[in-house]
Ligand binder design. Structure first.
Ligand code: CS2
Length: 488
């Protein structure tokens, strides 16, 4: 079978969408750090739709760790297929907005020179929560992080996104080239501020005067949304059969997509609004809503669903009690904490989320969402719990999400087998919680992790009591039994 490439593009079935611009005429305007499936189903797609108007906004995609994506995409001239599907059907389209892919550990110098090039006007990121090397409870740079220590010692051979950004900004400044705009596209509250804070502190540690300069770089916050499960080999073969040609790394996603961005781009930006991107002055209300409703529900159903033996989100949603639990969590416990959004139909948004979670065509693994819980819990569940405590309101369902995380992160499933827990704190959590089997003791041990719970929740006695009672139910009856309580 032939391989997807510029040459084979014309042989694809007419039903497959193709780039509406001259691929050979594209140049790089954006360097994107973290070129995973999410970026390729989100920013790269919005960009693909506006390149015909200005071909100078092509994307140079950088992997900060493995060579897998580059190895898959380079032989096909960075082209890949986007498959959009729900219960009704699927549509295929080839995306051409990625111009080149680089692997940072192989050649940090090439990445730095791309970032320092005057044609690069935006550096965007999807490096996941842990990629910010910050303390998840308070957003400050983790100055003892091994990658940060390494990058301070080796500024021209960085490993972290923070190290790359700061070195590239230093080189631009020396060469008299204006700074690029930073664009965080990760699921963090005020992601632009978090990014600015960590890069400013890192620059300060290199040189206080340089820190002051970095603190002036534009770093708008964004709210990103599209559900994009990891691509499977089954996806690859179905897509190859439909294309009549091989694509080593297609991306599969849902029809829904949303990108709300603060409009602060001193070096210009693509006309993304023409592809439906919403530009606003302050994105925080959108971010809080999305992180607490979508991602808070996602994590809750992922931990409980995994423990109950559900492999995918759609399967988890079908467990007796789950849909009511999630619906109630969103409506009764999360929604009252959200900042007002004028003219926004929250009820419709929640209903749409339930339908998206139930999309039978996506095989979104609960295990995938369960990853990196220590980095996700603060913005997904704990901030909401803080607001509920302050308002003197109950938070039973949110507490169940946290208790299910504790049960999961301990690393032993309900059949007594090991769970493959992926989390930067996995070893510490297992060290604290695995030897224990009493709910009170597990909760007390894990609440000691102040980088997750903050000093306030770590010391909150009534929070501790609520969590202990909830975890005790999960441990004794099992997750399916706990869920049954929510069957109406
Ligand atoms: C998910 C998100 O993996 C996860 O933790 O909750 O990736 C989620 O699918 C996206 O934020 C949806 O926009």
């Amino acid at each position: 079978m032939s391989r997807l490439s510029r040459k084979t593009l014309s042989q694809l079935p007419a039903s497959v969408g193709k780039p509406a611009y001259d691929l050979a005429g594209l140049t790089v305007g954006i360097v994107h750090l973290g070129i995973g499936a999410f970026h390729r189903a989100h920013q790269a797609v919005f960009t693909d739709e506006v390149l015909a108007g200005d071909p100078s906004w092509g994307i140079c995609g950088v992997s900060l760790r493995s060579a897998e994506t580059r190895d898959a995409l380079a032989p096909q001239e960075e082209l890949y297929t986007l498959k959009v599907q729900d219960g009704q059907g699927a549509a295929l389209r080839v995306i051409g907005s990625i111009v080149e892919t680089l692997v940072a550990p192989e050649n940090p110098e090439t990445v730095l020179s791309r970032m320092a090039d005057p044609s690069t006007r935006i550096v965007s990121l999807t490096v996941t929560e842990k990629g910010y090397c910050h303390n998840p409870a308070n957003g400050a740079l983790d100055e003892s992080h091994p990658d940060i220590l390494h990058d301070l010692q080796n500024p021209s051979k960085p490993k972290s996104a923070v190290g790359f950004i700061v070195e590239a900004l230093a080189r631009r400044r020396t060469a008299g080239i204006p700074a690029f705009t930073l664009l965080s596209c990760d699921n963090l509250p005020s992601n632009g501020h978090v990014l600015k804070r960590v890069v400013t502190r890192f620059a300060e540690l290199r040189d206080p005067e340089f820190g002051t300069f970095v603190s002036t770089v534009a770093s708008p916050s964004t709210m990103v949304d599209r559900i994009v499960p990891a691509t499977t080999d089954a996806d690859r073969s179905v897509i190859a059969a439909a294309l009549g040609t091989e694509d080593a790394w297609p991306v599969v996603t849902e029809p829904f997509r949303q990108w709300v961005v603060e409009d602060e781009f001193p070096m210009g930006r693509p006309r993304w609004e023409e592809a439906g991107v919403v530009f606003v002055e302050d994105v925080s209300a959108f971010e809080t809503m999305k992180l607490r409703l979508l991602n808070g529900s996602h994590s809750t159903l992922a931990y409980l669903g995994y423990l109950a033996g559900a492999e995918t989100v759609a399967e988890a949603m079908a467990l007796p009690g789950m849909e009511n639990l999630i619906e109630g969590l969103m409506r009764e416990e999360v929604s009252p904490t959200l900042p007002p959004l004028a003219g926004f139909d929250l009820d419709a948004y929640r209903k749409a989320l339930i339908a998206r979670f139930k999309n039978p065509a996506l095989r979104h693994r609960t295990w995938q969402i369960a990853m990196d819980g220590s980095q996700k819990l603060p913005q997904r569940l704990l901030g909401t719990i803080r607001d509920r405590i302050e308002a003197g309101e109950p938070y039973d369902r949110l507490a169940l999400g946290v208790a299910a995380w504790m049960r999961y992160a301990r690393g032993i499933d309900e059949a007594g087998d090991d769970i493959d827990v992926r989390d930067p704190l996995a070893e510490r959590i297992a060290g604290l919680a695995r030897p224990l089997d009493d709910a009170d003791q597990i909760v007390a041990a894990l609440l000691g992790l102040t980088e997750i719970f903050g000093d306030d929740l770590s010391a909150d006695r009534s929070f501790r009591t609520t969590l202990s009672a909830t975890l005790a139910r999960v441990l004794s009856g099992g997750s399916r039994d706990v869920l049954r309580f929510w069957v109406l």
